[in-house]
Design a protein around this ligand. Structure first.
Ligand code: PLP
Length: 443
């Protein structure tokens, strides 16, 4: 028998079915990254590319951190894997205690998973289970928001409000409503920080309560700053108002902090930045600096306590993942917390945010720019749609920036940027300069 050929096929990029990618377009003109250190990537040919997006909003402490590598290697030597079902390992308890200590308010219990999508589906399930455990089992409806992104699980795409994430996959979860999005170009274009107008959009929750009755509604989930649909900071007072309405009706408030968590806004979490404590908070990305996949749901004391009833030998939350609190992820996440603390990276992010704001807003005249918005170390820049082809200019701008040595994200015709928190001012200048050139080139 002839052994299978090990020769590369004509196009050896073929076998990988790439996520969230135009596969055929990419494989004709690939963009490969082969090495990373600090705030830079290198292509296989050795071309240096500055990372304007912290990978995918996740490498907050910069690439190639030796401390994280050492912690992972040590853990691998000690113990590669241990289950967290009916068993435990010390690092998971240590990590949860550390997270609890740094979280605002009484958010003091941590459930671990492996991604933001899993965190969101876990949070929605915890919310439903909690409502049932406290005798409010009719509260099954979930409320998300238009232009929200909560990952790709069926729960996440159901409460999410991204049309392309929804249109392919059937009926989704029943019993889901959406608040309107908060992007209001007429009143808020070129806002610096939180937009002035739109607090009243939170009152839409009252309308939904009026339609379904609060006794049927379990939870509301929002990103404090919507990220994946083009970075939309909330209008001033909006999140406080949502909190008030949720309290009035016994509805749980979930903040999806997969992007905002771990320093993006210059505080540990957006909850601190806005002074609003959600009942549940989802995290991922910066939790482990993206070295080992990890996600989590942080819950307030009343949520955890509310589920700790019934017979003591009964599983209180019938939910978990084989890799929940994976030892390597816990080791990485703990080492990352050391870096955040020792290097004061959240503070650093706060200190750089004004410089960043001035930089991104200087791009207003770069050519066909319809909006720029920022909060913390992140920004979104909307570009005019070209020739009735939505997304084409955003994509071309992203490709042009990459050719010029910068990685940004294109969300339709919006360019989103979120550099690692270790970025230097001079490197911010470089990001702004290349972004300006790329925008000009596609105007
Ligand atoms: C707010 C938010 N929630 C959830 C997710 C999903 O995370 P993951 O891709 O790790 O599943 C993302 C990813 O970008 C996100 O931005």
């Amino acid at each position: 028998m002839t052994p299978p050929s090990t020769q590369p096929t004509a196009n050896n990029l073929e076998a990988f079915f790439m996520p969230f990618t135009a596969n055929r377009q990419f494989k004709k003109n690939p963009r490969l990254l082969a090495k990373a250190k600090g705030v830079h990537y290198w292509t296989p040919e050795g071309r240096k590319v500055i990372d304007g997006t912290a990978g995918l909003w996740c490498v907050n402490a910069g690439h190639g951190r030796e401390e994280i590598k050492a912690a992972i290697m040590k853990q691998l030597d000690e113990m590669d894997y241990a289950p967290s079902f009916q068993m435990g390992h010390p690092k998971s308890f240590e990590l949860a205690a550390r997270h609890a200590a740094m979280l605002p308010g009484d958010l003091n219990h941590a459930f671990y998973c492996n991604s933001g999508s899993e965190a969101v589906d876990s949070a929605l399930k915890i919310a439903l289970a909690y409502q049932r455990a406290r005798g409010e089992g009719t509260r099954t409806r979930l409320i998300g928001r238009e232009r929200g992104y909560h990952g790709v699980g069926f729960g996440g795409i159901s409460v999410g409000g991204m049309v392309n994430n929804r249109k392919w996959f059937g009926a989704m979860l029943p019993g889901v409503d959406h608040l309107p999005h908060t992007h209001d170009l007429k009143r808020n274009a070129f806002s610096r920080g939180e937009p002035q107008h739109g607090v009243e959009l939170a009152d839409e929750l009252e309308r939904i309560v009026g339609l379904h009755d609060a006794s049927n509604i379990a939870a509301v989930i929002v990103e404090p700053c919507a990220g994946s649909t083009g970075y939309l900071p909330p209008p001033k007072g909006y999140l406080k108002r949502l909190r008030e309405i949720c309290d009035k009706y016994g509805i749980l408030l979930i903040f999806d902090e997969v992007i905002t968590g771990f320093g993006r806004l210059g505080t540990g979490f957006a909850a601190e930045y806005f002074g609003v404590i959600p009942d549940l908070m989802t995290v991922a990305k910066g939790i482990s600096n993206a070295t080992v996949p990890m996600g989590g749901v942080f819950v307030r004391k009343h949520i955890y306590d509310g589920l700790m009833n019934g017979p003591e030998n009964a599983v209180e939350l019938f939910h978990g993942y084989t890799y929940s609190a994976h030892p390597l992820a816990c080791a990485a996440a703990s080492a990352v917390l050391d870096i955040y603390r020792d290097e004061g990276l959240f503070q650093r992010s706060a200190e750089l945010s004004k410089y960043w704001e001035d930089g991104v807003h200087s791009l207003k005249g770069a050519g066909g720019v319809t909006d720029i918005r920022n909060l913390g170390l992140a920004a979104g820049i909307d570009l005019e749609v070209r020739n009735n082809a939505p997304g084409a200019r955003g994509y071309d701008t992203f490709v042009k920036a990459f050719e010029l040595g910068l990685m940004v994200r294109a969300a339709g015709d919006c360019i989103a940027m979120s550099p690692p928190l270790v970025i230097e001012k001079g490197q911010i200048d470089e990001i702004i300069e290349i972004t300006g050139k790329a925008i000009k080139a596609t105007a």
